[in-house]
Structures are given as structure tokens and as C-alpha cells.
Ligand binder design. Structure first.
Ligand code: NDP
Length: 251
């Protein structure tokens, strides 16, 4: 089997995992954060868990990317920087902003780590080796539409995560109703931002590799947003009734 055939197989695998993830998460919410519960084995510090889980998307992605024959092209480098702008924050800055002392099942970390290994390889190898991103791609509207969506999603995601981080005073562990901005329309603007980002990535790279990650992100985060939304409504009787879960005015 050639490496390109292996790459194709892995992309198909990500689509398959996405298809299986939707029904699984509609019935069993991923057991971390507010949906944490016993029965998922040993646990580890949540901040460290995020760093471990997400680090392949920074380190392994970079290593794979720079072994590619196209890595030093302007467009591939731009795409590499775009990916890293998200993942350096997610792996090494975001964990330091969430409350210390939380615990996450090691089984969840292992699944996230494994997925990120595959996903980072698939995307880095595509933009660094198998895809064709010549300088003319800089004039293609797909690149700019994708970049625009990515940046918009990035801002929404960062802002929404910052609102959540500010809800708790030092030492607090409970939950409050988030308010302001997109929180007036949806319960999970951080997930909405994330969906926009990876849709933008799929368009900017115009690749099945990018699309597989966008589809997986939706498969993972839409059911989780529905669980969060239901949980908010059960926990807070005064929860704003007009809010949707994750897509303004729609879902
Ligand atoms: P959540 O919104 O569940 O939680 C984010 C942080 O905010 C946690 O520290 C949580 O605490 C805290 N928090 C959430 N709601 C409240 C509230 N109402 N009051 C007080 N504190 C609150 O997000 P996730 O942890 O699931 O995800 C974190 C980031 O990672 C998001 O930006 C998400 O988009 C991204 N992500 C991306 C994925 C992908 O497939 N691309 C997959 C998963 C996450 P606690 O932990 O105690 O609940």
C-alpha cells in the first residue's frame, strides 16, 4: 500500500468515526465537564488532560508538515500558520485559563489523543505533500472565503470561552447562566465558533482531509451542545427560553 492509499483510508476512517459518533453521543454524553460521572476508569487533572490531548495537533502536525516536499511554499505555510493559531492556543493557553483541580477520565484523553494523532497527520500531510497549493491559490476566492470563516469562528470561539472562564471567581466550581453577545442566542457559541473555523479550514484547503475534520467536529460538538442546552434548561428554571443550542435561530 502506498502512503497516499493509507492517507485516503485514514480520511475515510475519520468520516466513518464521525458517522458513528453522532448516534453514540446522542445517547451517551462524553463524560467530562458538567457531564462527568463515574464508571469511565481512572482520572487525571483536566488542565494536563487538555495539554496531552491537543499537543499532537501542534507538535506532530508540525513534524509531519515539515517533512512534506511542499512545506516551504507560501500557501502551505499560510495554512500551517492558520492551523497552529488555533491549536497553540487550545493546547497550551486554554488549559491554563480553565479552573484548576478538575478531573477528566484517562479513557477520554486517550480517545482524544488518538484522534488528534490521526487528524493531525491527515491534514498536515495533505497540505505539506499530497495537495497542490501553488501560488495561484492566493487568488482563489475559496481560500479567502475559508480564511474569513476561520477567523470569524476563531474570534467567536475565543470570546465565548473567555466569557465562560470569567463566570467563576477563584475557587468556585459551580455553573452560572452565561450572558451577553451570542450567548443571548445560543447556549454554546464556543462550539458554534469551532464549527465555523473547521468549515472555513475545509473550504480554504478544498480537501477531503479538511472536510473530514469539519464533519467530525460537527458530529462531536452538535450532540454535546444539545446535551449542554438540555442540561441548562433542567438546572436553571429561569433559563432564557428563546435560546437555541448551537446554531442561532435554527438548532
Ligand atoms: P464547555 O463549554 O463544556 O466548557 C468550557 C469551560 O468552561 C470548562 O472549563 C467548563 O467548566 C467551563 N464552563 C462551561 N459552562 C460554564 C458555566 N455555565 N458556568 C461556569 N463555567 C462553565 O466546553 P468543552 O470543555 O467541551 O470544550 C472546550 C473548548 O474546546 C471549546 O472551545 C470547544 O469548542 C473545544 N472543543 C473542540 C472539539 C472539536 O471536536 N474540535 C472537541 C471538544 C472541545 P467544567 O469543565 O467544570 O464544566
Amino acid at each position: 500500500m502506498s502512503e497516499l492509499e493509507l492517507h485516503t483510508l485514514l480520511v475515510q476512517g475519520v468520516f466513518l468515526v464521525a458517522a458513528l459518533t453522532v448516534p453514540a453521543l446522542l445517547f451517551i454524553s462524553a463524560p467530562y465537564g458538567r457531564h462527568a460521572r463515574g464508571g469511565w476508569g481512572g482520572q487525571m487533572d483536566t488542565r494536563l488532560a487538555w495539554m496531552v490531548m491537543e499537543s499532537p495537533s501542534v507538535l506532530w502536525f508540525t513534524a509531519v508538515f515539515f517533512t512534506g516536499s511542499q512545506a516551504w511554499g507560501l500557501v502551505p505555510l499560510l495554512l500551517w500558520a492558520l492551523w497552529q493559531s488555533h491549536y497553540v492556543q487550545r493546547a497550551f493557553i486554554f488549559p491554563l485559563k480553565i479552573r484548576p483541580g478538575g478531573l477528566t477520565p484517562i479513557s477520554v484523553v486517550a480517545m482524544g489523543f488518538t484522534f488528534n494523532l490521526v487528524n493531525a497527520y491527515v491534514n498536515a500531510r495533505w497540505i505539506g505533500e499530497f495537495g497542490t497549493y501553488e501560488i495561484g491559490w492566493l487568488l482563489d476566492p475559496r481560500l479567502w472565503l475559508g480564511l474569513g470563516l476561520f477567523v470569524l469562528g476563531y474570534k467567536i470561539n475565543r470570546r465565548a470561552d473567555a466569557v465562560l472562564a470569567a463566570l467563576r471567581k477563584p475557587g468556585e466550581t459551580g455553573y452560572k447562566i452565561p450572558r451577553g453577545g451570542l450567548y443571548e442566542l445560543i447556549s454554546c457559541p464556543n462550539y458554534f465558533g469551532e464549527l465555523l473555523e473547521w468549515t472555513g479550514w475545509a473550504i480554504a484547503t478544498w480537501s477531503l482531509a479538511g472536510l473530514s475534520f469539519a464533519v467530525f467536529t460537527a458530529a462531536n460538538l452538535v450532540p454535546r451542545a444539545l446535551s449542554h442546552h438540555k442540561w441548562y434548561k433542567q438546572k436553571f428554571p429561569e433559563y432564557p427560553s428563546g435560546r437555541k443550542a448551537v446554531i442561532p435561530f435554527v438548532l
